[in-house]
Design a protein. Structure first.
Length: 274
């Protein structure tokens, strides 16, 4: 059953309903838009962020416009000379020296270019660099690759590194050389060529003088002749257990001597604190 309802409307309502659509369009066209609320977004200039692949910087260091890198001009390359191996292969030995009086070089990284006259010689690092180089330290490095007679020019391109004040981040260790034994070794190349070489067995000890546990101890051992020239060197990561504060452990390994007889031994170390 359908129920019809009668709606009584005034003449004004009827007129308004008849023209509803045009009236709505007119109302929308003349309506004033509301005032937008203020934005919470603050626009600032981009920060001068440093992006260096090999160097780990903190957030403060990345955003600090006054942060200064280590002054690489105080790094020197000294005593470069060719020391052929026991089978006649060309090897270049040299030392990196931090000549600064009070600033430590943290995370050093360098690209080396070598020349014999106007000819570039392709040589590569055989050893890793230490995590820090302290003032006055001499870090030996060996380069191998193409054969050469002599090096007439060396260019060292030091990458950005962080500076640190003494005593620095490296855990304090006491690395001592207790004794050395000189010896002569030999071998055979391709079953026909016999050769001999001189070597020095280094006996040492590492004492942890820091307040934390220490592991991953690495050493760079240098042999010097009577004229204080590098005559042999070796890089080694010691196979020793984690050292607690006050603990010590001995080590020994052979260092080949390619130049004149050695007169003294020096050690540079690096380690990680737990």
């Amino acid at each position: 059953m359908t129920i019809w309802c009668k709606v009584k409307a005034s003449r004004y309502t009827a007129v308004l309903l008849a023209g509803m659509i045009p009236s709505l369009v007119f109302a929308q066209a003349t309506e004033v838009p509301p005032t937008p609320s203020p934005s919470r977004i603050i626009h600032v200039d981009p920060a001068n962020v440093r992006v260096i692949d090999h160097l780990r910087l903190s957030t403060e260091e990345l955003l600090d416009e006054n942060f200064k890198f280590f002054d690489s001009s105080v790094m020197a390359v000294v005593d470069p000379h060719r020391l052929p191996s026991e089978i006649g292969r060309s090897q270049l030995y040299l030392e990196f020296v931090n000549t600064s009086k009070d600033t430590i070089m943290v995370d050093p990284n360098v690209t080396m270019a070598f020349f014999e006259g106007s000819t570039a010689i392709g040589l590569r690092h055989e050893w890793t660099m230490p995590g820090t180089i302290y003032p006055g330290e001499r870090v030996p490095m060996m380069f191998t690759g193409e054969r050469f007679n002599k090096i007439t020019e060396i260019k060292a391109d030091w990458q950005p590194a962080k500076p640190a004040a003494l005593p620095g981040p490296r855990p304090k260790l006491k690395v001592t050389i207790e004794k050395t034994d000189a010896g002569i070794g030999g071998g055979t190349l391709n079953f026909t060529y016999r050769y001999q070489y001189k070597y020095v067995t280094v006996f040492g000890r590492v004492l942890n003088e820091s307040s934390s546990n220490v592991d991953e101890i690495r050493v760079w051992v240098s042999l010097y002749d009577a004229k204080d020239h590098l005559t042999g060197a070796r890089y080694e990561q010691l196979r020793v257990p984690t050292l607690k504060p006050g603990e010590s452990v001995p080590f020994q390994f052979d260092v080949k001597q390619h130049g004149a007889n050695f007169a003294r031994v020096a050690v540079v170390y690096d380690a990680e604190a737990q």
